[in-house]
Design a protein. Structure first.
Length: 385
């Protein structure tokens, strides 16, 4: 008989749900590795498509493998006219994560992938999801503001093309590198909530579009991917470096959570936050209009005050603390921060799906029942209250 875990563990903290060889975290030392390679090294030297390949297929691609993978991706970046029309009919005030979730779910109707045991079906749907998510995010953003979508420019890199589809402008090298690094840093993170969601849905042998749509929904919550947006709102509300201390102290005294701080796993500074802080410092050094914003100095003051008060509880900045500031500095609208997180994380979700399919078993945890038993059925006319 299987051994049963008799105590309920809130949030399943510390419960092992799977064996995985995709990413590794050491929360005490602040280490994150993809297939054994430190994430900062990949963010500095690699590209998102190379990293997606690494996560999905277990090794960095050689030149021929990379060429094929990149060409498969670029071939699939366009959206069907019907999908674009569908987007036009979605409400303008919907959040881009709601758009993304709806369109990704609908993709399953255009590209049926229900036979998940077929290797070709799996490969094609992985390619389509990675290739089309940036196009969907950019098209939704433009259409909801009444602008015509810009078709992908496949002469550009994956990251530069995303920026181009948003602004009809080729980004400079540093901006392109920042977007690419952002996707790499978000591409996987062990058994986080959205990956768990992807694994649960995948364990039913549902198709990959349904899996990605469910993971996007999970990622949209403010305790997961939505925190980066909230960080920028908070910094704007603080307004000046001088206001940071009283604002943060008041939050801590009121037992409110500071967005972008704390992590279930990291008990030191998140290595991705450190990398992004350096990017932000470089960006804010330049004298462009956006760089004139004081968000970074407010953020660094918030970090300082928060650490004075919260380091004893091992609360440090997580990836979301600096990712919003960096995206703000390169002119990305706030509501697109979490969709960009999803554009990177989809590689991780799908890698976990492929890994899990090899030894699949439907998730079916247990519960501890604490409700009533053996109650009588009371007819409506006799019910009180
Ligand atoms: C990420 C997060 C959900 C992890 O939560 P968790 O592991 O369940 O930790 P808990 O919520 O139990 O917090 C443990 C303690 O630290 C405090 N704490 C955790 N995050 C905090 C934060 N961001 N600001 C202030 N205090 C925080 C809690 O109040 C709690 O204090 P207590 O023991 O005195 O009650 C949590 O830190 C959080 O909500 N952070 C803000 C949202 C965020 O940035 N999310 C993005 C994650 S990448």
């Amino acid at each position: 008989m299987e051994e049963r875990h008799m105590e309920v563990v809130p949030g399943l903290a510390g419960i092992l749900a799977a064996e995985s060889a995709i990413s590794y975290v050491d929360g005490e030392k602040g280490i994150l590795e993809y297939r054994g390679i430190p994430v900062e090294l990949l963010a500095e030297k690699s590209t998102f498509l190379e990293v997606a390949y690494l996560l999905l297929f277990g090794k960095l691609p050689n030149a021929a493998e990379y060429k094929n993978f990149r060409s498969d991706i670029t071939y699939h970046t366009r959206l069907k006219v019907k999908i674009l029309r569908m987007i036009e009919f979605l409400p303008e005030n919907g959040h881009p994560m709601e758009y993304l979730q709806s369109v990704v779910a609908a993709m399953g109707m255009y590209y049926p992938a229900r036979d998940v045991m077929d290797e070709e079906v799996r490969y094609r749907s992985i390619i389509r999801l990675i290739a089309k998510m940036p196009t969907i995010v950019a098209a939704c953003e433009r259409l909801r503001h009444g602008d015509a979508p810009i078709p992908p420019n496949n002469d550009l890199s994956f990251a530069a093309n995303f920026y181009y589809m948003l602004f009809e402008k080729v980004p400079d090298r540093f901006t392109e590198k920042i977007i690419d690094a952002m996707l790499i840093l978000h591409a996987d993170h062990t058994m986080n909530a959205s990956t768990f969601s992807a694994r649960v849905v995948g364990s039913t042998l549902a198709d990959p579009y349904t899996i990605a749509a469910s993971a996007i929904g999970t990622l949209s919550g403010p305790l997961h991917g939505g925190a980066n947006e909230k960080v920028v709102h908070m910094l704007r509300e603080i307004g000046t470096k001088e206001n940071a201390r009283p604002y943060i102290e008041k939050m801590i005294n009121n037992h409110e959570k500071i967005m972008g701080m704390g992590h279930r796993v990291y008990k030191t500074k998140d290595p991705r936050a450190g990398f992004l802080q350096i990017c932000a410092q470089q960006l804010f050094k330049s004298d462009s209009a956006v760089a004139a914003s004081n968000l970074l100095e407010i953020a660094e003051e918030v970090e300082k005050v928060a650490l004075e008060k919260l380091a004893k509880k091992k609360i440090y900045p997580n990836v979301d603390f600096y990712s919003g500031i960096v995206l703000h500095a390169i002119g990305i609208p706030t509501e697109l921060y979490t969709p960009i997180f999803a554009m990177g994380r989809v590689a991780g979700w799908l890698a976990h799906w492929l890994e899990q399919l090899k030894t699949n078993k439907i998730y079916r945890p247990d519960q501890k029942y604490i409700g009533l038993r053996n109650q009588k059925y009371v007819p409506m006319e006799k019910r009180k209250g």
